[in-house]
Design a protein. Structure first.
Length: 135
């Protein structure tokens, strides 16, 4: 963020990035937060996507690999993981690469978390007509 940049500039950049990686579902979280915490929605877009996701040092594809691993390791983030599996497909990861990422996470965060993440991925793949996944 530069000194001349406004909060609205950051939000606008974040919305462009969010729409780029999430496609048609980009506004869903904003709508869901509108009546309870519009500021959280604003920060998600302005900071999360305007400041962080818009950085150029990692590609959107690489950011999604990191995100899949971190959400799997955290556990209990299945709704966010569902969004990010979809986003991963949107930015060019294949189902095989996503499954391999979650398999790799097993060594670092254990079977229960990796299984939960894999079942989330399976749900997204099924919704997109991408099953069976054959590595």
């Amino acid at each position: 963020m530069t000194a001349e940049e406004t909060t609205q500039d950051r939000f606008d950049r974040g919305m462009r990035k969010l729409k780029e990686v999430n496609g048609e579902g980009a506004g869903a979280v904003l709508d869901a937060l509108a009546d309870v915490s519009p500021e959280l929605a604003h920060q998600l877009v302005a900071w999360g996507f305007g400041d962080i996701y818009s950085r150029t040092e990692l590609s959107p594809r690489d950011r999604q690999l990191v995100t899949l691993g971190m959400l799997t390791a955290l556990g209990g983030c299945e709704p966010q993981l569902e969004v990010h599996v979809g986003t991963s497909l949107n930015v060019g990861l294949t189902p095989v690469e996503i499954v391999e990422t979650l398999l790799h996470a097993t060594a670092y965060c254990g079977f229960p978390k990796a299984l939960n993440a894999t079942f989330v991925a399976k749900k997204v793949f099924a919704e997109r007509g991408l099953l069976p996944v054959n590595p």
